[in-house]
Design a protein around this ligand. Structure first.
Ligand SMILES: Nc1ncnc2c1ncn2[C@@H]1O[C@H](COP(=O)(O)OP(=O)(O)OP(=O)(O)O)[C@@H](O)[C@H]1O
Ligand SMILES: [Mg+2]
Length: 479
């Protein structure tokens, strides 16, 4: 494998890479960077932790150094934390250029963001929602001359999940020049290939790592089969074991809801584990602060929802625990990819109840890897079961006495207001829709019943007719 110079990077960039301990290009960098430097659109699909970020940051910096102006490059990404991480890579690698980058994400001050945008930064890293808001509300900046549009975690940006970015993307694409280079990256691009191809317009260069498996070899993938009620006891037992054995490890626990995330954090703190949380119901500043503390190993355990599933690069993470089995293999791939990055080893443990076994099968099918059972001393788990469950219940009660659910409702209302909708009107509309739906359902049921009655009536008639014919035939035969 060649080095960065042979891929066409200038000496100053090669030097920057070396300073960061990056001396040999990874396969995704080796393959995609020449195409990007040639001016082609590019789609790169490579496993988690394989250096996709540098694969787009380096060529952009190279091109920018040849013709520096702002706004030169726009990077879109699904989460705010990831936007900061990408911007940091630009900042560190682009230091000799005096790079000016700007981060546009929700939950932060919009006025100062608008000012930064109007100062024509070289690179803008944004989440789609907030950038679209800026486009809708001001005309103090222009993106009509950008050279690069980059979609990191491109498949997530285009899928219609719980956060749907498609409308915001339309707004953003509307102000971008048609003549530009579009670069799309993710560890799971293939499902959304067609949609992606329509965004990258000029016959994109497509590169996908050839490996059969979709997770990295260095990752030891395990599962524990457990009844729902024993899950938390397993979790506490696992954390106890890991923290007893390794003092330089940190772990991420993924869970399905913000509320569960909060309860687990409270519960683990009751057991004196250094735990911190990350979920979308927290204030943005708190989210950043918590992540920074986790990165600095002030707290060794991060409990997060899927807001932390993609892209985050934290080298100390040795273990990922899935407190719930992810419903989609894709989510599993990204979650467990928070460990075993850049050639390091890591372990993932998925807690599986009897109702999740089919999910594990589809994960195994998609990743082409068999999950192995994680050996646990069940006796030890049963010893702490009652204490753990009582503690959890206490934490639930504590949380219920706070305004957590109320906050959720308020957040929903805020979101509606931001989308330009009246929350009360929306609630009314929802109720009306529900009413219409239930009326429709009743109406359908009635129709179905009457059809059924008619059918039965018809059947009866037919039977009677047949009987009469039989009777007649019998009478005729007798005569
Ligand atoms: N050529 C290289 N050699 C060694 N380390 C590298 C190289 N390129 C990148 N890295 C490091 O590898 C780590 C993972 O990189 P990165 O975050 O870009 O992965 P990714 O492919 O984007 O993963 P994900 O799919 O999870 O987003 C980073 O810490 C980065 O500094
Ligand atoms: Mg990435």
């Amino acid at each position: 494998m060649g080095d960065f110079s042979s891929l066409g990077l200038s000496d100053w960039l090669v030097k920057q890479c070396k300073q960061l301990g990056i001396s040999k290009p990874t396969p995704v960098q080796q393959n995609c960077m020449p195409a990007i430097l040639e001016g082609r659109d590019c789609m790169g699909c490579a496993k988690t932790g394989s250096g996709k970020t540098a694969a787009f940051v380096l060529p952009v910096l190279q091109k920018l150094s040849e013709e520096p102006y702002g706004i030169f490059c726009l990077v879109l990404t699904p989460t705010r934390e990831l936007a900061y991480q990408i911007a940091e890579q630009f900042r560190v690698l682009g230091k000799p250029l005096g790079l000016r980058e700007c981060i546009i994400v929700g939950g932060m001050d919009m006025v100062s963001q608008a000012m930064e945008l109007s100062n024509q930064p070289h690179v803008v890293v944004a989440t789609p929602g907030r950038l679209a808001d800026h486009i809708r509300s001001s005309n103090t900046f222009s993106m009509s001359k950008i050279q690069f549009l980059i979609l990191d975690e491109a498949d997530r940006l285009l899928e219609q999940g719980c956060t749907d970015f498609t409308k915001d993307l339309e707004v953003i694409l509307g102000i971008l020049p048609a003549k530009r280079q579009t670069l799309l990256f993710s560890a799971t691009l293939t499902d959304t290939l067609q949609e992606l191809k329509s965004i990258a317009m000029n016959k994109p260069f497509f590169w996908e790592s050839t490996s059969e498996t979709r997770t990295v070899e260095e990752l030891d993938q395990r599962y524990i089969l457990t009844p729902e009620k024993v899950k938390d006891a397993y979790l506490v037992h696992l954390i106890q074991t890991f923290t007893d054995e390794h003092d330089d490890w940190s772990l991420i626990i993924f869970t399905n809801t913000c509320k569960n995330c909060q309860i687990l954090t409270m519960m683990l703190r009751e057991f004196n584990f250094p735990t911190i949380s990350l979920h979308s119901m927290m204030k943005q500043k708190q989210r950043f602060a918590n992540l920074a503390k986790f990165k600095a190993s002030v707290y060794k355990i991060l409990i997060a929802t899927d807001v932390a599933a993609r892209g985050l690069d934290i080298p100390t993470v040795q273990v990922v625990i899935n407190h719930n089995t992810p419903g989609l293999p894709k989510i599993y791939i990204h979650r467990v990819g928070r460990t075993a990055r850049a050639g390091r080893n890591g372990v993932s443990i998925t807690l599986v109840t009897q109702y999740d076994i089919h999910l594990v099968h589809s994960i195994e099918e998609q990743t082409q890897t068999k999950l192995k059972e994680y050996p646990v001393e069940e006796k030890e788990v049963l010893k702490i079961l009652t204490q753990v469950n009582v503690t959890r219940r206490e934490c639930e009660i504590k949380l219920e006495s706070t305004d957590f659910d109320e906050k959720k409702e308020i957040n929903k209302r805020k979101q509606l207001i931001l989308e330009g909708k009246d929350p009360d009107l929306e609630a009314k509309r929802k109720a009306e829709l529900e009413k219409i739906r239930s009326q429709k359902k009743k109406f359908k049921q009635k129709i179905q019943e009457s059809i059924q009655r008619q059918k039965q009536g018809q059947l009866k008639k037919n039977l009677m007719k047949r009987k009469q014919i039989k009777k007649k035939k019998a009478e005729q035969a007798a005569a």
